[in-house]
Write a protein that binds this ligand. Structure first.
Ligand code: HAM
Length: 439
């Protein structure tokens, strides 16, 4: 056993694990590109101030923070949203709108560890800046769905729960609650699924018990599962703001339906999101069986760019975490065991043959082929066994006899056939056989 262990909640990636993570990142990246999003990156270490009072109490309590040698208060990033707001805010005028950006990066939160939750995890973040209407949400939810479907997941495996902090705000206002009480109720709703009625404890401690009639209305509003029910419940409340908001809902759901994505999306007012900065539509993705923690979460945060010193700029986005996602793929048998095999394995006679082989190996690698050979001189027979087990498609055989004739033997390891090729033709013959460099 090594003396030093990894810190609790931190992960190590052995090559086969990293191959799986890279596979996930590769498909996310490819999907984002097909949606016209541009990739960015930013520092892992940020000023502590960036998260204070912006991300919300829960994340603030989970920060890995310390003072650096210059006496600055710093924190490992727990999320990307404040950072990307700073980046976009600093160049908002020069950037072509709408600004559609994505990143794949690692984050740190000092959380209680559980299945699918660690202290160091990766997220795929996608955000749109400069678009105030629900058109941005259509694009983002479509991207979120495709990022999951790209791996073979279907509507049987996951759903996107869609809700709206604005609608809650308007509704709670019509019930006569003021801003601090509204915040208190939204906090309770965020916890309600997990804690049931206990979720209101904090509210009661702060403001006294909620009026029974008001609470009943809130709990039945929470049960609404369709736009039609929303419209009929809210018809009585009336008001311009509500009518306009319901039109946004209609636009969003119609847009997703036109993309053929309605089957993935459910109206679910139980989602309000814990993070402090959300202002409008919010959504989370979960596995259908409800066995795992959230796969993804996001929403609109129209005030954050300005709060962080930039111009007023509407924004909305989401993040998928890699841990729950990998668990779901594994459960469904959709995470392949990725074999990292070479294209070509070279079997080499003795010291003289090595010289000839090395020149070809170098040329083949420069042409983009994955080539392996025994690093140390090894018995001929043993090398054939290694070649067969290596997963390579081809073996090149550099024996004394072959070299005397000016040829190399090319063996198709799948078909178990062999032929001789002139030494000068090795690169071309391998390229013909494999069909160009392997990706
Ligand atoms: P979040 O809900 O805190 O949102 O995280 C998004 C996803 O990251 C979660 O659904 C989960 O899959 C993953 N995640 C979060 N914490 C952990 C953890 N400790 N261990 C493993 N996975 C975790 C945000 O971070 C927002 N900044 C997303 C966003 C982007 N909103 C707008 N743009």
């Amino acid at each position: 056993m090594p003396t030093f262990q990894t810190l609790p909640g931190f992960r190590e990636f052995y090559p086969e694990d990293l191959a799986r993570r890279n596979h996930i990142f590769r498909l996310w990246r490819r999907t984002a590109t097909t949606f016209g999003f541009s990739e960015y990156d930013a520092p892992v270490l940020e000023p502590l101030e960036l998260y204070k009072a912006k991300s919300g109490e829960e994340i603030e309590n989970q920060l890995f923070s310390f003072k650096d040698k210059g006496d600055r208060e710093v924190a490992l990033r727990p999320e990307m949203t404040p950072t990307v707001c700073r980046l976009v805010g600093a160049r908002a005028n020069a950037l072509k709108r709408p600004i559609k950006w994505f990143s794949i990066a690692e984050f740190y939160r000092y959380e209680r560890m559980q299945k699918g939750r660690g202290r160091c995890f990766s997220q795929f973040n996608a955000d749109i800046f400069g678009e105030p209407g629900p058109e941005a949400e259509i694009e983002l939810i479509a991207l979120l769905v495709q990022c999951l479907c790209a791996f073979g997941l279907t509507e049987e495996d996951f759903r996107v729960r869609l809700s709206d902090r604005n609608l809650w705000l308007y509704y709670l206002e019509t019930l006569g609650l003021d801003a601090p009480r509204i915040r208190g109720v939204l906090g309770a709703i965020d916890r309600y699924e997990k804690y049931g009625d206990d979720a209101f404890k904090g509210y009661t401690e702060q403001f006294g018990a909620l009026d029974a009639g008001v609470k009943e209305k809130i709990l039945s509003f929470l049960q609404i599962k369709s736009l039609e029910s929303l419209e009929s419940v809210l018809a009585a409340s009336g008001g311009e703001k509500l009518t306009a908001r319901l039109a946004d809902w209609r636009k969003l759901l119609d847009g997703l339906a036109a993309m053929g994505l309605a089957r993935f999306v459910e109206v679910d007012l139980g989602v309000v999101r814990g993070l402090a900065y959300y202002t409008g539509f919010v959504f989370e993705a979960f596995d259908r069986r409800g066995e795992l923690r959230a796969l993804a979460g996001g929403g609109r945060y129209d005030d954050l760019v300005e709060k962080l010193g930039g111009p007023a700029l509407p924004a909305t986005g989401f993040a998928i975490g890699d841990m729950t996602f990998a668990l779901l793929l594994e459960q469904r048998g959709l995470l392949p065991n990725l074999v990292q095999a070479s294209d070509v394995y070279c079997v080499i006679g003795g010291a003289a043959e090595r010289k000839a082989a090395f020149a070809d190996i170098q040329a083949l690698r420069a042409a983009g082929h994955r080539v392996e050979y025994p690093i140390k001189e090894t018995a001929f027979g043993k090398q054939f066994k290694t070649a067969a087990e290596s997963g390579a498609r081809l073996a090149l055989i550099y024996g004394t006899e072959e070299l005397a004739k000016g040829v190399v033997k090319l063996r198709d390891l799948g078909e178990r056939t062999e032929r001789e090729i002139p030494r000068g033709d090795v690169v071309a013959a391998v390229r013909d056989f494999l069909g160009g460099p392997q990706g």
